[in-house]
Design a protein around this ligand. Structure first.
Ligand SMILES: *Cc1c(COP(=O)(O)O)cnc(C)c1O
Length: 418
C-alpha cells in the first residue's frame, strides 16, 4: 500500500502546460533596479527594448506606429493558426486581418500563399515563432519588402531563441515578446518590443506615449496577480490554481476555455510599474540557466518521441540556418485527427502538462470569426487546419518527471498506432 505521503504526491501531481520560470520570494522585494527594458536589451543583445503591458499591447503600439508612417496600408498578414490576441490587436487598430496558410506539417508561412497576399495595402507580415520553434523569416522578408510592407516577428513564445547567435527578431523590422504567464519570464502580463531602425524605434516610443496611459488601477491589479502567481505556481498548488479550472472547462466541453483561448476583446493598455519591472529584472538573471536546462531536458525527450512510429516532433525550420529555439513545450503532430483526439481524451486534464497551443484556426472560433474579413478568410487553409487538428503540446516543465513523461509516451504510442 502506498504511504499517505506518496499517495498525496500522486494525487496532487500537476505539470503546468509550459516551462514557465518560477519566481522566488526574493524576486518580490520592494526595491531594486527597475529598468527592465535595459536588462532585456542586454539579455537579447540589442540597443533598446520598449517594455509594454502585454505582448498584445506591444503589437498594438507597433502597428499604430507603422500606420502613422504608411496611412494607406491597412492589412496585416498573420498565420491562420496563431494566438487569437493577435487578431484582436489587429482589430483594435482598425486594420484588416489577412490569414496565410502554414506550410505542410510546418510553422513556416506557406510562401506560395503569402506571395499573392502581399500588396500595396499590406502594412505588416507576422511570421510567428510558436512554442519557441524558430521559423523562416528571410523568405518572408523578401516577399514583404518587395511589396513595401514591414515584417513584425511574433516572438511571444520565443524569448531567448536565437539564430546564428543573435536573438530572433533582430533580422526583421520589429519583434515582440510576451511576458505573460506561461511564456517563460513573466510579470503576470507584460510585453517587450524590439525595433531595429532608430527612426522606427522613435515612432514606436511616440505611439506608446500617445496611446498608453498610466492607469494605476490596472497596475495594482497586475501586481496582485503577480503575487498570487508567485504563491501558487508550485507543484503543490497547481492542481488547485491550474488543474481544477482546466478540468471544469473540459467537463463542460469548453475547449476554448480549457486552452486559455477565451480572451476579452478589450485590450488593456497601461504602463508597467517600477515594482513589476524590478521583479522581472531579478528573475531575468536566472533565465539563461533556466533555458539551458530546458533544452537539456528536451533533447532526450524529443529523440524518444522521434523514435515513435507515426509521430512528428516540430523542430526549428530547416530554412532558418543556425537556429537555436527555446523549449517551453514539445509540439507533436499525430498521424491524423482521430489519433490526436484519442490522445487528448486520455491526456488533457490528466495533470501531465498535455494541452494544445490553440484550439483551431482563427476563422473556426465562433467568437473570433468576425475578425477575419470576407476576403481575408476565404482560403481553405488546408495545412493550418490539418496542423490544428493533429497537434498536441507536451509541457517541458521540470515538474513533468520521467514517470509522467513515460505515461505520455505510452498513450501517444497507442493513439498513433490505433
Ligand atoms: C501569447 C501570445 C501573444 C500575445 O501575448 P500576450 O503577452 O499574452 O498579450 C501573441 N502571439 C502569440 C503567438 C502568443 O502566444
Amino acid at each position: 500500500m502506498p504511504s499517505p505521503g506518496r499517495r498525496w504526491r500522486t494525487m496532487a501531481r500537476e505539470a503546468p502546460p509550459t516551462a514557465g520560470l518560477p519566481l522566488r520570494w526574493a524576486d518580490l522585494l520592494p526595491c531594486g533596479d527597475a529598468d527592465l527594458g535595459g536588462a532585456l536589451a542586454r539579455f537579447l543583445g540589442v540597443p533598446a527594448v520598449q517594455v509594454e503591458c502585454s505582448g498584445t499591447a506591444a503589437l498594438v503600439v507597433a502597428l499604430t506606429a507603422l500606420r502613422t508612417l504608411a496611412p494607406d496600408r491597412d492589412e496585416v498578414v498573420v498565420p491562420a493558426y496563431t494566438c487569437p490576441l493577435v487578431a484582436l490587436a489587429v482589430a483594435h487598430c482598425g486594420l484588416k486581418l489577412r490569414l496565410c496558410d502554414l506550410g505542410p506539417e510546418s510553422l513556416d508561412l506557406d510562401l506560395a500563399e503569402l506571395d499573392p497576399l502581399c500588396g500595396h495595402r499590406t502594412l505588416a507580415v507576422l511570421p510567428t515563432h510558436l512554442a519557441g520553434r524558430v521559423v523562416d523569416t528571410a523568405s518572408v522578408r523578401n516577399l514583404a519588402r518587395a511589396a513595401g510592407a514591414w515584417v513584425i516577428e511574433d516572438a511571444a513564445q520565443a524569448l531567448g531563441a536565437r539564430v546564428a547567435g543573435a536573438s530572433v527578431g533582430t533580422g526583421s523590422d520589429i519583434a515582440f515578446f510576451s511576458l505573460a504567464v506561461g511564456k517563460g519570464l513573466t510579470l503576470f502580463e507584460g510585453g517587450a518590443l524590439v525595433v531595429a531602425d532608430t527612426v522606427l524605434r522613435a515612432a514606436c516610443v511616440r505611439a506608446s506615449r500617445r496611446i498608453v496611459p498610466r492607469h494605476a488601477l490596472w497596475e495594482l491589479r497586475r501586481s496582485a496577480e503577480l503575487l498570487a502567481y508567485a504563491a501558487l505556481y508550485r507543484p503543490a498548488t497547481l492542481p488547485l490554481a491550474y488543474g481544477a479550472p482546466l478540468r471544469r472547462a473540459l467537463a463542460r466541453g469548453d475547449r476554448v476555455g480549457a486552452a486559455g483561448d477565451d480572451f476579452s476583446p478589450r485590450i488593456p493598455l497601461h504602463r508597467v510599474g517600477r515594482w513589476r519591472q524590478a521583479v522581472g529584472v531579478r528573475a531575468l538573471e536566472r533565465l539563461p540557466d533556466w533555458l539551458a536546462a530546458a533544452q537539456a531536458r528536451a533533447a532526450p525527450r524529443v529523440a524518444r518521441l522521434r523514435g515513435m512510429a507515426g509521430l512528428r516532433v516540430l523542430d526549428d525550420s530547416a530554412a532558418a540556418s543556425g537556429a537555436q529555439g527555446t523549449w517551453p513545450t514539445l509540439l507533436v503532430l499525430l498521424p491524423h485527427a482521430a489519433a490526436r483526439e484519442t490522445a487528448l481524451a486520455a491526456l488533457w486534464g490528466a495533470g501531465l502538462g498535455v494541452s494544445v497551443p490553440f484550439v483551431q484556426v482563427l476563422p473556426d472560433y465562433g467568437r473570433y470569426a468576425h475578425l477575419v474579413s470576407a476576403e481575408g478568410g476565404a482560403a481553405e487553409l488546408p495545412h493550418a487546419r490539418s496542423f490544428a487538428a493533429r497537434v498536441l503540446s507536451i509541457s517541458n516543465s521540470p515538474w513533468l518527471d520521467d514517470a509522467g513523461f513515460d505515461q505520455v509516451c505510452a498513450t501517444l504510442e497507442r493513439a498513433a498506432q490505433a
